[in-house]
Ligand binder design. Structure first.
Ligand code: T46
Length: 145
């Protein structure tokens, strides 16, 4: 399973650091929404869902946390520890965010506005969904041979 983590270039000088994010040039989609979470309590696990179509990039702009990504057949845990690291999450990927440091601020750039009908909040429904998608792709490949 391939995980895409962008390392953006901080513009540092004697005053400190600055990271700039431009849609299309740096972020591979049009940014329709930005949200962030903070004051996350110790031991909390957030997420525990997938999206059908939404694409996102997660930044822990302060502190640290971990993100578990699961595509239905494999999973990986990705630490986010630097404000210039951006974790890309495509559609059809189960995610869980955990191990938040007390000072963690997790900022998310999203390709769509908030839409509850894009969420899959049940893991078994997610597995059925990705299996169906897999079959659709297999069928398309079979037809084109
Ligand atoms: C995701 C992970 C990384 C809104 O009203 N607007 C919004 O844009 C969002 C994201 C949430 N909300 C409301 C809905 C809930 O009442 O805020 C509350 C908490 O949302 P949720 O429980 O979905 O938060 P997380 O941390 O479990 O998941 C969030 C995003 O929802 C999700 O898209 O991929 O962060």
């Amino acid at each position: 399973m391939q995980v895409v983590k962008y390392m953006f270039q901080p513009h540092g000088d004697e005053r400190g650091q600055l990271v700039s994010l431009e849609e299309i040039n740096d972020i591979p989609f049009k940014i329709k929404r930005v949200y962030f979470m903070y004051d996350t309590l110790k031991g909390v696990v957030r997420g525990r869902h997938a999206h059908k179509n939404l694409e996102q990039i997660l930044f822990c702009v302060h502190g640290s946390c971990k993100v578990k990504l699961d595509n239905g057949s494999e999973s990986k845990i990705v630490p986010l520890e630097k404000p210039y690291e951006g974790l890309y999450i495509p559609g059809n990927m189960w995610r869980e965010m955990f191990d938040f440091s007390e000072d963690a601020v997790l900022m998310v750039l999203a390709s769509e506005i908030y839409n509850e009908s894009d969420y899959i909040r049940d893991y078994d429904v997610f597995l059925n969904h990705v299996n169906m998608k897999g079959n659709e792709i297999d069928e398309q490949n079979t037809r084109s041979i």
